[in-house]
Write a protein that binds this ligand. Structure first.
Ligand code: MIC
Ligand code: SF4
Length: 643
């Protein structure tokens, strides 16, 4: 039996385990990346592990999320990350150099290598044939220290593309189409491999838009083959030497195959508040629009922004619309400037923001009250934009421009001729904003700069055989990490200050949660299906840990969040019978008993002390995960010598 692309890379990097779906495999990690919102904690964890120098082939620390400096906090975090990177062998991408995934694709990604990043959109690297995973900061810290990365061996889904995209239909519409087909849960436990003759017409940045949004499917990761298109992109980046061809074997076996005919797709749009709430743009024709945002790690490549500039050229945006454009990297911005496209964008009335995440994570540019915002981003969760009652829609750059010009949701095909844009055969290479680490010799003298915003890792609780706690909060399906631990300009600067962050935990669902959890002392949370989807932020586990959360019982969990809960020493448990979810009520007193035995047998009994009812719960922890939970989390487990 032949191998899929992902199976080939896994086989080459396998440290432990067997490649049977559902079994745990440990992988050797070649590269890591961090961003600043998760990076501060990841480097505090790395320091706590006591390793002098990273053991990966390349580790890069990016500053791209917390770039608004309305106080000392973010600037202090930047300085901490810069100094810790210099000391421990990590490259440092300065603020302004761009969004981690865009820059990594341009300058560091290598086909066939493994990458983990403390950001859920790290699978963007799959666009260049990397096997790239989003992970919690602690997992990244362990990988930097030379430890393996553990995943459950995924199933393989193949998406077979035929035909060619018609004018004004884009890679973003392909991402939205697959979300329409599979939903935000449809990729859970799977790697999505894109193939078929249709991929030949998709450039690397377009492929990266698709692998980027694979995260929204809940997929473990997504990957494209490495072919002549990949070689041309690497060559244009002055990195042809990094090219390695990669393809699946002709007799590779997939658990599911999905066919998409590119020539049949139409411009699509995801409606509030979920990326899989997809309809055609034409069906929403005439909806008034207040704001349009172009950029993010999904759609900020040179190719995307050249198309935007061509469509805006010689026109002015509708007076009722506020338009932002954030280029993905300094390379993109400089090339736009050099060819005059930047001037066309500015002349249209757009506000050009710095090369960073910006509005995507609510770091400025929040919409007006109840505003309608069309964004080329990947997530439209409630409140994420920074305006609680805003309605955020996800679209392609072309559909975004159509709305900016008309003030309404408009099918971009009404704009006339599609822009003809070529990707240049060589890009402008300027790595001066990537600072190399100090040599081993010099590293000893590098001082790590810690401002007052740098806090401590919350205290863990070694596991006890039984837990009695209050059901302080019961939530529904598809709860995102943006619900559990919101981000945005006001809160993000405190990512290394867990006590402060705790005030905002679950505030989108229930403003009184934080106070009630503190008063309860110990808490068990109950959730619906796909609990913890979205961001990789380990703060969505560390803050609940600080507030006394000992276990989360849900119908099902999203992959990265479940791993983060285990890393924090919080039990993720599932109802054996989903209908039991309805039988426990917020405020009940719950007891979990015989936990130690349950970790091994996969069965734990829940007693609702308030009603007297008993329920069967399931869990399927590997021996390593059980040991991590018993130790009170991954940091304690690693300190005790576990690997
Ligand atoms: C996001 O898009 O939600 C983020 C902000 O990039 C997160 C990381 C974070 O919360 O810091 C992610 O996707 O992992
Ligand atoms: Fe940044 Fe948004 Fe991408 Fe997250 S999804 S990395 S916030 S641009």
């Amino acid at each position: 039996m032949g191998y899929t692309i992902a199976q080939k890379i896994i086989k080459e990097h396998l440290v432990k385990g067997t490649m049977i779906p559902g079994e745990e495999v440990a992988l050797r990690i070649d590269q890591t990346l961090t961003q600043d919102a998760t990076g501060t904690m990841a480097y505090l964890e790395f320091e706590a592990m006591g390793v002098d120098r990273v053991k990966t082939q390349k580790s890069v620390a990016y500053i791209d999320h917390n770039t608004l400096q309305s106080g000392f906090e973010n600037a202090d975090d930047h300085r901490y990350i810069q100094s810790v990177a210099k000391k421990h062998g990590i490259y440092f991408s300065r603020p302004g150099n761009g969004i981690c995934h865009q820059v990594h694709l341009e300058r560091f990604g290598i086909p066939g290598r493994t990458l983990i990043g403390s950001d859920s959109h790290t699978p963007t690297g799959g666009g260049i044939g990397m096997l790239a995973f989003g992970a919690g900061g602690l997992d990244v810290a362990v990988a930097m220290g030379g430890g393996a990365y553990y995943i459950t061996m995924p199933k393989m889904i193949k998406v077979n593309l035929t035909g060619k995209l018609r004018p004004f239909v884009t890679a973003k519409d392909v991402s939205l189409e697959i979300l329409r087909i599979l939903s935000v849960k449809g990729g859970v436990g799977s790697i999505i491999e894109w193939g078929g003759e249709g991929i030949g017409s998709l450039s690397v940045p377009e492929r990266a838009t698709i692998t980027n949004m694979g995260t929204e499917l809940g997929a473990t990761t997504s990957i494209f083959p490495s072919d002549e298109v990949t070689r041309a992109f690497l060559k244009a980046q002055g990195r042809e030497g990094d090219f390695v061809p990669l393809a699946s074997d002709p007799d590779a076996v997939y658990d599911r195959v999905i066919d998409i005919d590119l020539s049949k797709l139409e411009p699509l749009i995801a409606c509030p508040h979920s990326p899989d709430n997809v309809v055609t743009v034409a069906s929403l024709k005439g909806t008034r629009v207040d704001q349009v945002c172009i950029g993010s790690c999904t759609n900020s490549s040179l190719y995307d922004l050249l198309k935007v500039a061509a469509l805006l050229k010689g026109k002015t945006i509708d007076p009722s619309v506020s338009l932002s454009v954030s280029p993905g990297s300094k390379q993109v911005l400089r090339m736009l400037a050099n060819c005059g496209a930047l001037s066309d964008i500015l002349a249209s009335g757009a506000r050009v923001l710095e090369c960073a995440c910006g509005p995507c994570i609510g770091m400025g540019f929040s919409p007006n009250s109840a505003g309608v915002s069309l964004r080329t981003f990947n997530r439209n969760f409630e409140g994420r934009s920074g305006t609680k009652d805003a309605k955020v829609y996800l679209v392609s750059p072309e559909t975004a421009v159509a709305a900016a010009l008309t003030g309404q949701i408009t099918d971009p095909r009404l704009l006339g001729d599609a822009p003809k844009v070529e990707i240049p055969s060589s890009f402008l290479i300027d790595d001066s904003a990537v600072l190399a680490p100090a040599s081993v010799e010099e590293a000893k003298d590098v001082e790590v700069l810690r401002g007052p915003n740098i806090g401590k890792f919350p205290e863990s609780h070694p596991l006890t055989d039984s837990i009695t706690a209050n059901l302080t909060l019961k939530v529904g399906d598809n709860i995102t990490t943006d619900h559990i631990m919101p981000a945005g300009a006001k809160i993000l600067p405190y990512r290394s200050n867990i006590p402060y962050l705790s005030k905002f935990c679950f505030a989108v669902c229930d403003e009184s949660f934080s106070e009630r959890a503190k008063a309860a002392g110990e808490t068990i949370l109950v959730g619906g299906s796909n609990y913890g989807q979205g961001s990789s932020r380990e703060h969505a586990a560390l803050v609940p840990l600080y507030l006394g959360v000992r276990a989360v019982i849900a119908k099902s969990f999203a992959r990265i969040h479940a791993a983060n809960l285990i890393n924090a020493g919080i039990l993720p448990l599932t109802f054996a019978n989903e209908a039991d979810y309805d039988k426990v009520a917020q405020g009940d007193k719950l007891t979990l008993s015989n936990i130690f035995e349950g970790l091994m047998t996969g069965k734990i009994v829940l007693t609702d002390e308030t009603t007297g009812e008993r329920f069967a719960l399931t869990c399927s922890f590997t021996d390593r995960q059980a040991a991590i939970l018993r130790a009170g989390g991954l940091l304690d487990y690693t300190r005790e010598g576990g690997n």
